[in-house]
Design a protein around this ligand. Structure first.
Ligand SMILES: Nc1ncnc2c1ncn2[C@@H]1O[C@H](COP(=O)(O)OP(=O)(O)O)[C@@H](O)[C@H]1O
Ligand SMILES: [Mg+2]
Length: 268
């Protein structure tokens, strides 16, 4: 914590949950956009072969020739893979289809879990935050993100078995702390696609809060159709419709996260 505040290094946050469709990419894109609106410089790293974060930020498929795969494998320097987005202050390392084969290649490589950490750490000083959008699996790509990160942010959809679903992730975080990355923190848990008319949503949210306590953000992200429309326009919802409930929620989430970090730094 203290080291963080004096060194002025980028804070690296992996956005992870091995379940697909829970709002990882949506949270990555819109949290990043809300952060740059508060004058933070943010780098998004798309580590999912599906490339939804790259598409959602408007990076053309033709403009992904050098991508996160090459950074991970050591074929390119981070700077060579960075693209500027239309949003001032927000840069992205896109993913490419090559990334889908990376796992098999990584298995053969020395220090296969620390490759992303080694590529990022010396190269991210120019940013305040680096957000890593992880694939929906606890594979070697996600492990690389967790080893490189200072903290993990977990988007969680309030559905049956949500808690059982993240127990595996929690165990993985624990194992990584004991091995490669002792300082790895749980940044927080954000409840996504929240539907307050649904009793099950409320029940699951109460269980998650009982289990994780104040690690769960007060801000919840509502289910909102504008959020699901935005990616097809290659824009964050905050740009597509900055007044909708989804945009407001992400602005609140960013504010809550930054406030909690300031408090933690002061307390350290
Ligand atoms: N709050 C929300 N309201 C409505 N749709 C959402 C919301 N969050 C995400 N979605 C939609 O749900 C789908 C899955 O979200 P996504 O962020 O891609 O999940 P993940 O990255 O975890 O697989 C996408 O089509 C996305 O547009
Ligand atoms: Mg995704």
């Amino acid at each position: 914590m203290v080291e963080q505040s004096v060194s002025n290094a980028a804070r690296i946050i992996a956005i992870a949950n091995q379940k697909g469709g829970v709002g990882k990419t949506t949270t990555a894109i819109n949290l990043a956009t809300a952060m740059v609106a508060t004058r933070k410089k943010v780098l998004m790293i798309d580590l999912d072969p599906q490339g939804n974060a790259s598409t959602g930020l408007g990076v053309d498929r033709a403009d992904r020739a050098i991508n996160s795969y090459h950074v991970l494998i050591g074929e390119a320097k981070l700077a060579e893979a960075v693209r500027e987005t239309e949003i001032p202050g927000l840069s992205v390392v896109p993913s490419g289809i090559d990334l889908s084969g990376a796992e098999i290649e990584l298995v053969e490589m020395a220090r296969r879990e620390v490759r992303l950490a080694e590529a990022l750490k010396p190269a991210v000083a120019g940013w305040d935050y680096v957000l890593i959008d992880c694939p929906p699996s606890l594979n070697l790509l996600t492990l690389n993100a967790l080893v490189a990160a200072h903290a993990v942010l977990v988007p969680l959809q309030c559905e049956f078995f949500a808690l059982e679903g993240i127990s595996h992730l929690v165990k993985t975080i624990e194992a990584i702390r004991q091995g490669f990355n002792p300082g790895l923190e749980l940044q927080g848990i954000v409840l996504t696609m929240f539907d307050k008319r649904n009793n099950l949503t409320e029940q699951v949210a109460a269980d998650v809060r009982a289990f994780f306590g104040d690690k769960v953000y007060d801000t919840v992200i509502p289910r909102n159709v504008r959020i699901s429309e935005a990616p097809s326009h290659g824009k964050p919802v905050l740009i597509y419709d900055h007044k909708c409930a989804g945009s407001e929620a992400y602005i609140h989430l960013a504010a809550e996260m930054l406030k909690r970090e300031r408090r933690a730094t002061k307390g350290a």
